[in-house]
Ligand binder design. Structure first.
Ligand SMILES: Nc1ncnc2c1ncn2[C@@H]1O[C@H](COP(=O)(O)OP(=O)(O)OP(=O)(O)O)[C@@H](O)[C@H]1O
Length: 284
């Protein structure tokens, strides 16, 4: 069963996503004037973006424009990086995750907003335990066998592993390992799954499997995916945010969001010239 909102959901008009075909889509996450620093270095400047519920939002842009940095703000993973500092607000169901009260509840935030990384990183445990582990830590009291099967089916892996659940997760292929990581992420029943280039270490067939899976997952989850792969962004996402980097006076580089819109608009009729150049492969 899906868990209750951290507090009562805010359904004020401010919390509604409001462009084009998505006018009625509710924003489950919102970054408001978010800037991220590493020490004194401003890596990403002043991003405001609504993430619509049960949609896939892609972050694209050249290397170093801050896609992963921004992604990590959505479940406060930047807290783990010494010297990283986030300004602005990240609202999850209307509440600012950077409010002091959430510092005590960070485990809960990361359970509700899960993450799948670039490189598949199963635990050195059995396939079964990889999936059951998080649920057990979170005090899951239901039928664990049923949860493990449901999560593995949800990640389109059950048929391939149902006869070897006791084998190590590390014995699977790269693509299977990544689907195991997705099963692990969904076993704790999150609302949102953040994916940081989840297919970059996979072969084309495994990549297509994951892309198919994403279409199924968005029925239940909200997904944000960072990808370098233009075709992937256009194939899987409903919304796309394009980020770019600009030089700073001190000779550094600072990331910022150029344009955010429905994916077909970004790829076929973007408003900004730099977006057009990037999606057509002329730079980056
Ligand atoms: N832990 C860190 N400490 C210091 N600087 C960092 C750290 N992580 C990222 N940066 C810097 O912040 C900027 C944005 O990096 P980030 O990894 O978010 O960009 P990206 O768009 O995801 O890049 P890529 O597509 O290459 O993964 C870069 O200049 C990077 O060097």
């Amino acid at each position: 069963m899906r868990s209750e909102p951290i507090r009562q959901q805010n359904s004020s008009p401010k919390n509604q996503y409001n462009t084009g075909a998505n006018a009625t889509k509710e924003a489950i996450l919102r970054a408001e004037n978010v800037s991220v620093f590493y020490g004194s270095y401003l890596a990403v400047r002043d991003v405001t973006i609504d993430i619509a519920k049960n949609q896939i939002t892609a972050f694209i842009g050249p290397s170093g424009c801050g896609k992963s940095t921004l992604l990590r703000c959505f479940n406060r993973l930047n807290d783990l990086i010494p010297g990283a500092r986030v300004e602005g607000e990240i609202k999850f169901q209307g509440e600012n995750l950077y409010d002091r009260q959430f510092a005590q509840r960070i485990e809960e935030v990361r359970r509700r907003i899960g993450m799948v990384f670039q490189k598949p990183n199963p635990f050195s445990k059995s396939i079964y335990e990889n999936v059951a582990f998080g649920a057990r830590i979170n005090g899951y009291r239901g039928d664990m066998d049923e949860l493990v099967e449901r999560s593995l089916r949800g990640a389109a892996l059950w048929d391939e592993v149902k006869d070897k659940l006791k084998q190590s997760g590390l014995s699977l292929s790269g693509g299977q390992q990544q689907r195991l990581c997705i099963a692990r992420a969904i076993a704790v029943q999150p609302d949102v799954i953040l994916m940081d280039e989840p297919c970059s270490a996979l072969d084309p067939i495994s990549t297509l499997r994951i892309e198919d899976l994403l279409h199924e997952l968005k029925e239940q989850y909200t997904i944000i995916i960072v990808t370098h792969n233009m075709q992937q962004a256009s194939r899987v996402s409903d919304m796309t945010a394009f980020f770019n980097v600009q030089p700073t006076e001190k000779g550094g580089r600072m990331g910022y969001m150029v344009e955010f819109d429905r994916t077909e608009v970004i790829f076929q009729s973007p408003k900004e010239e730099s977006t057009r150049e990037y999606v057509s492969g002329r730079f980056g």
